[in-house]
Structures are given as structure tokens and as C-alpha cells.
Design a protein around this ligand. Structure first.
Ligand SMILES: C[S@@+](CC[C@H](N)C(=O)[O-])C[C@H]1O[C@@H](n2cnc3c(N)ncnc32)[C@H](O)[C@@H]1O
Length: 412
């Protein structure tokens, strides 16, 4: 994708997300009714015509081409972009010695191997920097693969110690530095000859990484972002000129949307999840019917064995849990309210499923908007950009990869 195409895609996403913000920018659980039914009557009718079973089957991005989306032609057109569709990756053929990845679980190993094989080659770097390294598995493989020294920055001292011990044992040129990248100076570790790698660094952490890359004029940055909502302020601050000029305002709740992919799994798991959601919603209505609470009443996590009992026992457990919670509710057990609360819960569940199916269509576009903001910022500062996915969605749903390479490379 050329630089101009990146800008065009950003503007298309921006317009679409802003124009249809009524479809995704709200808290679903706080809704008693479909909040956009009057503004999107055709979409509402199309979704109402689908059975609950049909709705439950809509779980992949490829459903964005379904007939019920006819009324959102601009969004449908956007989904033609390969960056929004699930791309399938060939099995990884990187020759990773088994001893190097000891203790790294299968999916993580796959992510790391693919990330390393996507790193720029012959790109003016003579030193690797791993940002928010954890135990530094990525840095270890990259240092081995490139035969270059790697500095790994990490905040948790036990992870630094474990990672350092591993690389010492394997004789890898990797040095851990225990520091807080948000509060301490990283200047000494990031140089014009650095190739910077950040795998799944959260919101503020990856934004700082980008700022420091630009400040140091580093040779390249390879980044796969994560947890966009973990930022210091209440609202997202765009980095690029294009995002700064956008009319979109994103709060932390909005920034969680990219992480809220519908979970796939077996039929049994799906039924259990649905039962849990129904009972949670029904209990919230129970509280409202007893006039002890208004609005949605949340419950803590609970042992899933409770779901194999009946709703009445669940309500007894929930009443006891709410009595012990930080903001206790004085609820009593009223058997007459069980059936009614369950019925209202069922209605709300059907409505929420329809709301959620539509919100999901904006999940990947919003994530791409956030990524393109960073890409355009780096482009503004003289970097050439490549955007892609580095592994299949089921290896990690956070599979976007941004590669930024300094256009005029510093002399080696
Ligand atoms: C999601 S993990 C990713 C770890 C590793 N890159 C990976 O993909 O396996 C994020 C890491 O960032 C570290 N971290 C969080 N805040 C940090 C900070 N302020 N400074 C340095 N590291 C930080 C955490 O301790 C954690 O190891």
C-alpha cells in the first residue's frame, strides 16, 4: 500500500466511523432498546427478521458481506480492503531451534517466529531494541536470527531476571534493562542504528515507543499494538495530523471495542456463555423489579458449576454476593419475581445480540483507524510504512503489524 493509499484509507475509515457512530459508540449493557432503530430502520428490520439462531451464527468478519448489511453500503465497500478481511497465513517455516524456545507456549512461539521473519532486513540497523519485553522471548530469537545484540526493556524485575538467566544459559547476546519506559529515560538504549521491536505493548506504551523511535531517528520500528484503552488520559489523543483533525472523539470504552471480538469455540461453550449472559441480565432485572437498584447491576466472576444448577439457586447466590460486595445491596429472595426477571432478561439478550453483531462490524475498522494514525504519524516523520497481519487471527486476534523504515537510512 502506498503512502497516499494509507491516507485515503484513513479518511474513508474516519468518515465511516464518524457517520455511523450511533451504531457502535455506546455501552451496550446500558441499553433497554436498540438505540439506533429510528435512524437505521432498514438495518433494524433486516436484523429483526433474523432468528436468534441466525444471529448466533454471525461471528466472523466475513459476514460483513451478508445481505442484511445492504443498507450500510459504505461500510460494506470498506471491507473490500484486504486489511479488514481475515487473511490466511501459510504454516510458518522459520527454522527455530527447539532449545531456543523452551518454555514458550505453542501460539506464542508461532507469533514470535512470524514476527521475527517479518523484521526488515538490510535496513541500516546494527542493534536490536525490544520494547516491553516480558521474558524477552522475541528479543532472544531475533538476536539469534540476526546475530546481533539485543537490549530488552522491561518493567518487572522478576521477568528481567528470568529472561537474563535464559539468554545467559543459551549464550545469546541479550541484555535486559529493568526500567519503566513511561517514567524513565530510554535515550541511552535507542539509537539511529536501532531496530525497535514491540510485540503487544499496550496503549500508552506503544505510543511512547513510537515517539521515542522518531526522537532517536531509529532505523526501523516493527510494532504489533495491543490494549488501546490503556492510556493515561480519559480520551484518545491522535498522533498524526489526520487523526488530530478528525471529528471522532474516543473514550476508553470505545477503545475497548477492538479487543471485544466475539469468542469462537464449541457449541457447548457457546450455550454456556449464552446462559451466563442471560442469568446476569435476568438478575439485573430482578434487582430492578425489587426496586433496590436502577440500571444494570453487575456481578463478579463465579464458578461455572453454578450454571449447571437452576436460575433460582443462581439468584440466591447472587443475592449473597451482592450483600458482601463493596457497594452492598440489601436484596431479599422473592420467588414470584424469578419468572418475570428471566423473561425480561431473555428479551434484552435478543436485543443485545443484534446490537453486538452490528458493533462488531466496526471493531476491525476502528482498530485499523488507530493503527493508521500511528502509521501516518511515522510517515510524517520520514518513515516508509508497511501494514499487514503477521499471523492468523486464531493465533492472536492482535495480529496487525506495522513496519516503519526510515527513508534515508543513517550511515552504518
Ligand atoms: C502484554 S506484555 C507483552 C510482553 C512481550 N512483548 C510478549 O509479547 O510476550 C506487556 C509487557 O510490558 C511490560 N510493561 C508494562 N508497563 C511497562 C512500563 N511502564 N515499562 C516497561 N515495561 C512495561 C509488562 O510488564 C509486560 O511484560
Amino acid at each position: 500500500m502506498t503512502d497516499a493509499e494509507l491516507e485515503i484509507l484513513f479518511q474513508q475509515l474516519d468518515t465511516c466511523l464518524y457517520q455511523h457512530r450511533a451504531l457502535w459508540q455506546f455501552a451496550p449493557f446500558a441499553q433497554d432498546d436498540v438505540p439506533w432503530q429510528a435512524t437505521y430502520p432498514a438495518l433494524y428490520q433486516a436484523l429483526s427478521a433474523l432468528s436468534d439462531e441466525d444471529i448466533a451464527q454471525i461471528s466472523t468478519i466475513d459476514d460483513a458481506v451478508s445481505p442484511w448489511l445492504e443498507s450500510l453500503s459504505d461500510l460494506k465497500a470498506l471491507y473490500q480492503s484486504p486489511l479488514l478481511r481475515h487473511s490466511s497465513h501459510q504454516p510458518d517455516t522459520t527454522d527455530v531451534p527447539f532449545w531456543l524456545m523452551q518454555g514458550v507456549k505453542g501460539r506464542k512461539q508461532d507469533q514470535i517466529a512470524r514476527f521475527v521473519s517479518a523484521l526488515p532486513t538490510n535496513a541500516g540497523q546494527s542493534h536490536l531494541l525490544e520494547w516491553c519485553a516480558g521474558k524477552g522471548h522475541l528479543g532472544r530469537l531475533a538476536a539469534f536470527d540476526r546475530r546481533q545484540a539485543c537490549t530488552s526493556l522491561e518493567w518487572q524485575s522478576d521477568l528481567c531476571d528470568d529472561g537474563q538467566a535464559l539468554s545467559a544459559k543459551l549464550d545469546i547476546a541479550q541484555e535486559f534493562v529493568h526500567l519503566d519506559v513511561l517514567k524513565q529515560s530510554v535515550g541511552p538504549f535507542i539509537q539511529p542504528h536501532s531496530g525497535v521491536m514491540a510485540l503487544h505493548a499496550c496503549g500508552q506504551l506503544h505510543q511512547r515507543c513510537i515517539d521515542e523511535t522518531v526522537k532517536a531517528n531509529a532505523a526501523w520500528l516493527t510494532l504489533s499494538p495491543c490494549c488501546y484503552h490503556l492510556i493515561s488520559g480519559e480520551h484518545y489523543q491522535g498522533m498524526s495530523q489526520a487523526a488530530k483533525a478528525s471529528r471522532l472523539t474516543l473514550c476508553k470504552l470505545d477503545l475497548k471495542l477492538p479487543l471485544q471480538q466475539l469468542v469462537t469455540g464449541g457449541e457447548r461453550q457457546r450455550l454456556l456463555r449464552e446462559k451466563e449472559l442471560l442469568w446476569r441480565l435476568a438478575f439485573s432485572h430482578y434487582c430492578q423489579l425489587t426496586q433496590v437498584a436502577q440500571g444494570y447491576v453487575s456481578l463478579p466472576n463465579f464458578p461455572k458449576i453454578l450454571l449447571s444448577g437452576n436460575y433460582s439457586d443462581f439468584v440466591s447466590w447472587a443475592i449473597a454476593a451482592k450483600a458482601k460486595s463493596k457497594q452492598p445491596l440489601a436484596l431479599t429472595f422473592v420467588p414470584e419475581l424469578l419468572e418475570l426477571s428471566l423473561r425480561v432478561g431473555q428479551q434484552q439478550q435478543g436485543m443485545l445480540a443484534r446490537i453486538e453483531v452490528v458493533r462488531q462490524l466496526f471493531r476491525r475498522p476502528l482498530e485499523l483507524w488507530l493503527l493508521l494514525d500511528k502509521a501516518l504519524f511515522l510517515k510524517q516523520h520520514g518513515y516508509h510504512i508497511r501494514l499487514n497481519t503477521f499471523c492468523d487471527f486464531n493465533v492472536t486476534p492482535r495480529n496487525y503489524l506495522l513496519i516503519a523504515q526510515r527513508q534515508s537510512l543513517p550511515p552504518c
